[in-house]
Design a protein around this ligand. Structure first.
Ligand SMILES: [Zn+2]
Length: 600
């Protein structure tokens, strides 16, 4: 296998994304950026005038959308050109320019939302009845209406805006400490060489098949966190306090309610997730037991959680094979879906290979009016195969949404985004299990699924539960000391992993390592998205056409409806325990399958 990484210009054009379909050349981009800069001032003319008449309001909002749509394409082209080769200084400058235009636009258009919010709701209603083109904005106005009761006086809003940066300090201090100042010690790897632990290396060290290596890495990392536990407790506590300050200032009942209201998710969905996952913890305990058996250890420790239990499987997948597998896997979604997706491969949506300077990882991106591009750094393995299916799920979602919705509703929230992508993974998993013949490979895929499920549904829900606990504690007048945080986090681990796991005391300090606790009630959406996707794929495979039609309609909805409503129409009601129950059923069936294969 060649390990040489090529230069960008050496990559065959057909294996790169077709950014020329946005702007034919960099010159054309430059012209477009210049024109945009001139046009942006056109938005100024509507300041303080939105409530004058229906027509003025319509013209202002249309102008805002027109500029925003153009800006989306300008920004997308620049940031993707930059990502394909971050060492290219011309494209770095292009991206900087694009950021400049975004901030210019935001400043110029910043008066629109506050002015809309300040408008008398009765006037707004009258305008909508008067002017039929304003009806398009009805859902947007409805969203604003829900926000209105949490908007304060002008003076108070100004104070909150000014406090924003200071309230961000805890999170910034955490980032500086965790990413820059904190240094982990060196340990000996499998070959006996000294390696210094970094955040990036920690995960692969934990995956080591050499138990001494993963134990040493685990102990070294958490000893480091323990050393700084009081500072970490102060930053986390500061973050929680600022979440609560913001929520209380805006008259929300809790920090969680405030955070979830941004995407209109009722807090009941969050509670439902936690309680349903807790009801099914015996399944996670069964998985822990299986892991202990497969590894053949007397005691299973927290540092034994990431090493593969299915070893030495030669499972290479080339990009061409992956492409065929993904196309085959999504067949249950119907001819049109398959055709569009196949066309995506032909139309150069994907930037396939790794090259010098290319941004790492994978994503699906693009803007309204562009192709839904995908960045990959292709390696011939199962992980990349599933990632490709995942990113195509996002891109197909964008494709359906943008072809159906006007620009205003041509995007979607994270709560529904992960449903579309994970659903494709789910179908791929099903397809692989149906078609693979070799036992070893089947075991590998089954385990791949269990690992993904554990990491997404169980682990993220545990994070969500911890986040809720620490906020509630402070809201109830309590304080978050290092000892308390560690104790709470440790006990959660005991509860989640069950009787077959030796919960080492070090894991108690993991709360200090997880940046997600600074994301303000964000991570539960990974678990809900995964569960919804599992439930929907089950319906699609069992029910056929009616379930497919509901799902395709869901893909077309964009942001023209509330996420919970959209999912309800697609067939999953996230306010009930049903979707998580169905996902758990899938986990259980997979456990049955893998246990049976192992015992064969
Ligand atoms: Zn995703």
């Amino acid at each position: 296998m060649s390990t040489k990484i090529v230069e960008r210009h050496e990559v065959p054009v057909n294996d790169t994304w077709d950014l020329e379909s946005i702007f034919k050349s960099d010159t054309e981009w430059e012209q477009s950026a210049t024109t945009f800069k001139e046009q942006v001032s056109e938005i100024d003319g509507f300041r303080n005038k939105l409530s004058e008449s229906a027509e003025t309001l319509y013209l202002a909002l249309s102008k805002q959308l027109e500029l925003q749509e153009k800006l989306g394409q300008i920004f997308t082209y620049a940031h993707m050109r930059h990502d394909q080769d971050t060492g290219n200084s011309y494209y770095s400058a292009l991206q900087d320019k694009a950021y400049g235009l975004v901030s210019l636009f935001e400043q110029r258009a910043s008066y629109i939302t506050p002015e809309l919010l300040a408008m008398d709701p009765a006037t707004l209603d009258r305008f909508v009845t008067e002017h039929k083109d304003l009806q398009l904005f009805s859902h947007l106005f409805d969203q604003l209406r829900k926000q209105r009761e949490h908007i304060l006086s002008e003076r108070e809003e100004e104070l909150l805006a000014r406090a924003k940066e200071a309230l961000n300090t805890s999170s910034q201090a955490y980032g500086a400490l965790n990413n820059a100042d904190l240094a982990f010690p060196s340990i000996k790897n499998e070959k006996g060489e000294e390696v210094q632990i970094t955040h990036g290396r920690f995960v692969s060290l934990l995956q080591s098949e050499d138990r001494d290596v993963r134990k040493a890495a685990f102990e070294a990392v958490y000893a480091t966190y323990e050393q700084y536990k009081n500072t970490f407790a102060a930053t986390l506590s500061g973050q929680v306090k600022s979440d609560i300050f913001n929520a209380q200032s805006r008259n929300y009942a809790s920090a969680r309610e405030a955070a979830l209201s941004e995407t209109h998710i009722p807090v009941g969905v969050y509670d439902q997730l936690i309680s349903t996952v807790e009801d099914h913890l015996p399944l996670l305990h069964r998985y822990v037991k299986l892991r202990k058996k497969c590894l053949g250890v007397d005691e299973l420790h927290m540092y034994d959680l990431y090493t593969p239990i299915i070893k030495d499987v030669e499972f290479q997948v080339s990009y061409e094979e992956a492409k065929q597998k993904v196309i085959e896997a999504v067949k249950p979604l119907g001819e049109e879906y398959v055709e569009r997706l196949t066309q995506g491969f032909e139309d150069r949506w994907v930037d396939i290979h790794e090259n010098k300077g290319k941004r790492s990882g994978a994503y699906s991106s693009g803007a309204y009016g562009t192709k839904p591009f995908i960045l990959m750094n292709w390696q011939d393995d199962v992980d990349n195969l599933f990632t490709l299916a995942h990113e195509f799920g996002h891109s197909m979602h964008s494709d359906y949404t943008r072809r159906t919705q006007p620009y205003l509703y041509g995007d979607y929230t994270i709560f529904v985004a992960e449903v579309a992508s994970t659903l494709n993974e789910s179908l791929l998993h099903h397809h692989m299990i149906q078609t693979l013949e070799e036992k070893e490979k089947k075991l590998y895929i089954l385990n791949y699924f269990l690992e993904g499920f554990r990491g997404t549904v169980f682990r993220q829900t545990m994070f969500a539960e911890f986040e809720q606990m620490i906020h509630e504690k402070v809201e109830g007048g309590g304080a978050l000391t290092a000892e308390e945080l560690t104790q709470m986090y440790y006990e959660l681990n005991v509860k989640y992993y069950g009787p077959d796991m030796v919960v080492d005391k070090e894991i108690g300090f993991e709360w200090a390592r997880i940046p997600h606790f600074y994301y303000n009630f964000y991570v539960f959406q990974y678990a809900t998205g995964y569960s919804a996707a599992a439930a929907l794929s089950k319906q699609i495979l069992e029910e056929g056409q009616p379930a497919v039609d509901r799902f395709i309609d869901f893909l077309k909805t964009g942001s023209s409806d509330y996420p919970i409503q959209m999912l309800k129409k697609a067939g999953v009601d996230m306010t009930t325990s049903e979707p998580v129950e169905q996902a758990m059923k899938l986990f259980e069936t997979t456990l049955d399958q893998i246990e049976q294969l192992i015992n064969d």
